[in-house]
Design a protein. Structure first.
Length: 267
């Protein structure tokens, strides 16, 4: 670890006025008072916080206990229920662990993200992951299924499946820390596939290694969107486009999509 950063992590936390908070109240969020030693990466993270704090923030508690803040300009802030620590030492170790996890998965992570610890309220520290949300594969799939031309619909739907498969195949190079759903995968401004969700050891990570396993993982994600779009598409024309499509090494995805459309059409 960089010596300067390591020294910064060992620094004591300056005090600031606080208000009572518990697991059941609105969570503490990092702000302009947050010291650099509690932000990673320090400079880029500070820039991100400055962007977010131009606007009012409101945290919402999800059914799984995760706090989410949907900030302006497509920034998202996440804090899971177990990212709450009762000592400075535990919070510092959690920040170090998050640094390691992000570095391990960096090839697929968006560069526009950071990790921040909000220093203490009632002697508890809360860790946040902040990421800029790009257009997701789920949104791209919904748009593809609205295409009026069958050839474009088939091509864009297949493209979404290949991107999902690519992400799942890449994941075998990393520790199982990423929940690679269509909602958590996006395409950035450079047209690169990036992961937009939480990086966490306690995640529902799936790392399929065979074509059969890939199909088992991808098929459920495409089933509901295709079923919903079916009344508005020319099924026969779309099936025809899939059947004449050459998927090369990913022909198994073409076959999967063809069968999905046929199955729903026959119901």
């Amino acid at each position: 670890m960089d010596k300067t950063l390591n020294q910064a992590l060992q620094a004591k936390v300056p005090k600031k006025p606080t208000t009572p908070s518990t697991r059941h109240h609105l969570p503490e969020f990092p702000d302009e008072y947050t010291p650099a030693q509690w932000i990673w990466p320090p400079f880029a993270g500070r820039c991100i916080l400055d962007k977010i704090f131009k606007y009012a923030l409101r945290a919402r508690l999800q059914p799984d206990g995760t706090w989410i803040i949907k900030a302006k300009n497509d920034w998202r802030c996440y804090s899971k229920s177990h990212w709450l620590y009762e000592s400075e030492e535990a919070a510092r170790e959690a920040l170090r662990a998050n640094m390691r996890m992000h570095l391990q998965c960096s090839p697929i992570l968006s560069e526009q993200r950071c990790v921040v610890v909000a220093f203490p309220i009632n002697n508890t520290w809360r860790l946040w992951q902040i990421v800029h949300v790009e257009p997701t594969l789920a949104e791209d799939l919904a748009k593809a299924l609205q295409e009026e031309q069958p050839d474009k619909l088939a091509l864009e739907t297949f493209r979404g499946a290949t991107r999902h498969a690519d992400a799942l195949q890449q994941s075998t190079r990393y520790p199982p820390l990423l929940n690679l759903t269509l909602e958590n995968l996006g395409i950035d401004a450079e047209r690169q596939l990036v992961y937009l969700g939480c990086v966490d050891e306690e995640t529902n990570a799936i790392q399929p290694t065979t074509e059969e396993a890939l199909v088992e993982t991808i098929k459920p994600a495409f089933t509901a969107p295709i079923a919903q779009a079916l009344p508005n598409i020319d099924v026969a024309a779309v099936v025809k486009e899939f059947e004449k499509m050459d998927g090369f090494e990913q022909q198994y995805l073409v076959d999967m999509l063809t069968q999905l459309v046929k199955n729903f059409a026959n119901r």
